[in-house]
Design a binder for this molecule. Structure first.
Ligand code: ATP
Ligand code: MG
Length: 153
């Protein structure tokens, strides 16, 4: 179905804003999208909630999470960037595997099944989209979600 993407983003940030606020983390939104996107609303919502939820969960309280959205070349791009601990380069190849979680005390105590990114990647690929990660230890992490605006046959 056609999904007003700005509305979907607003729905997600309104929920996660509260979570970030309770933790003391800054959640910022930049850019805009006027277009509707042909996608499965429930699944893409789940993808974005996981990316944003991860960014908030794995970033220290005083951290900052930024969501930037832009449209171009028939695609919508959403970048979720945090200034948290980053992901070790040796973990990056396994990040989208089921049940994979990066070793370390920081995430053992904080729930999580290690399924979110595996499911996200499946959903995104089912939409002919892409999900990429860039991360630098001690600097932060950025996930980029790219979705075609129009149905792909
Ligand atoms: P679930 O999403 O199933 O509740 P999860 O968050 O552990 O559990 P994923 O979302 O698949 O699982 O993430 C896998 C692992 O990648 C996480 O356990 C964490 O170690 C690491 N990770 C994900 N996002 C970030 C991030 N923004 N910063 C640092 N580490 C991250
Ligand atoms: Mg997760």
């Amino acid at each position: 179905t056609w999904v007003p993407f700005a509305e979907l983003l607003a729905e997600i940030t309104s929920v996660l804003e509260l979570e970030a606020e309770l933790k003391g983390t800054t959640l910022a939104m930049t850019g805009s999208v006027q277009e509707e996107v042909y996608c499965d609303r429930v699944r893409i919502k789940q993808v974005l909630i996981n990316l944003l939820g991860n960014a908030i969960r794995y970033t220290p309280p005083e951290g900052r999470v930024e969501v930037s959205v832009s449209v171009g070349l028939g695609k919508v791009q959403v970048v979720v960037r945090d200034d948290g601990p980053g992901i070790p380069p040796e973990s990056l190849p396994y990040l989208f595997d089921r049940f994979y979680r990066v070793e370390g005390s920081r995430n053992r105590q904080s729930g999580g099944m290690g399924l979110g990114l595996a499911i996200a990647k499946e959903f995104v690929e089912a939409h002919s989209g892409r999900l990429q990660v860039k991360s630098e230890l001690g600097e932060g992490t950025a996930f980029t979600l790219i979705l075609p605006l129009f149905p792909v046959s």
